[in-house]
Design a protein around this ligand. Structure first.
Ligand SMILES: O=C(O)CCC(=O)C(=O)O
Length: 283
């Protein structure tokens, strides 16, 4: 098993994330590119909005995609990668041998217009009976501050931070003040193409707008321990669970309860993605 080293595990537990260089090869990235291009070509005009989400700002007069929804559901190569032991062995080091994929996505953050993602904790979007979930964010391009690498507030993964608007609805972003004196400066996690970030589901993170001429894609697999079950907070949970898949080890006959008590947010409408929810909450 090619798990994380003891130092990497300690780093994850203490800081709420750990970066792993060179997880995927250039050849893996070429396969992902080819699969994404195939989807863009094969998907007929009517279905395109079910598969891709687009930036508001056009580039050279054309709409550019910012997200491929649920890549696991869309292409065999993404299914293979989700079960690839270079990834799952390391996830096992953090949350044990029995794993499910909770959902997947491919954020495309195109050059010049790639939208920012505001501070948030993933678990607020999908509270579970315990917090043994891990997001694996794999950079498919070199990621720097200029093209909007992921930024993490280290050591802040022990409790839920406030994500509510004044009317009590879910903003999809942290609404309490994250002043640097109290919370420390964010860690900008730069990395070369193929490197990955293993992120605790309560680690606050964000990324800035891509102001560079280089795209910054990130393939994201959210895993959970097989005994972490989603808490029903509304009909959207059923849709998300249609994209959950047992990946490795045993299924669990029991739900385990643990971690900080999950805050249950009241969503406002049915936004399709984090981008849409965060944009709505700014209006
Ligand atoms: O791709 C990014 O910059 C942020 C990813 C993220 O946090 C998300 O999609 O939940």
């Amino acid at each position: 098993m090619r798990g994380l080293t003891r130092q990497q595990i300690e780093h994850y537990r203490r800081e709420g994330f750990v970066a792993v260089p060179s997880l995927l090869s250039e050849e893996d990235i070429r396969l992902v590119d080819a699969s994404t291009a195939e989807l863009a070509e094969e998907t007929d005009a009517e279905r395109i909005a079910d598969v891709f989400e687009f930036e508001h700002e056009p580039v050279d007069g054309k709409r550019v995609p910012r997200r491929l929804y649920n890549p696991y559901e869309q292409h065999e190569n993404f299914r293979k990668l989700a079960a690839d032991e270079r990834i799952t062995d390391r996830v096992v080091s953090l949350i044990g041998p029995d794993l499910a994929l909770q959902h997947s996505k491919l954020n495309l953050k195109p050059a010049r217009v790639g939208a920012p993602v505001d501070w948030h904790q993933d678990l607020t979007y999908f509270p579970h009976t315990n917090d043994d979930l891990v997001a694996v964010l794999i950079y498919l391009d070199d990621a720097t501050e200029r093209n909007g690498c992921i930024e993490v507030l280290a050591r802040r993964h022990r409790r839920f931070l406030d994500h509510t608007l004044p009317d009590g609805t879910f903003a999809g972003r942290i609404t309490e003040d994250l002043d640097e004196e109290r919370y420390g400066a964010p860690v900008k996690v730069e990395g070369t193409a193929g490197s990955a970030i293993f992120l605790h589901p309560l680690a606050p993170h964000r990324s800035a707008k891509n102001v560079s001429v280089e795209r910054r894609r990130a393939l994201i697999y959210q895993y959970r321990a097989a005994d972490a079950f989603p808490i029903y907070t509304g009909p959207h949970v059923v849709d998300v669970e249609n994209c959950a898949h047992h990946i490795r080890g045993e299924r669990s006959p029991v739900a385990r309860f643990g971690g900080p008590q999950p805050v249950i947010y009241r969503p406002d409408g049915h936004p399709k993605s984090l981008y849409q929810l965060q944009e709505m909450s700014q209006k």
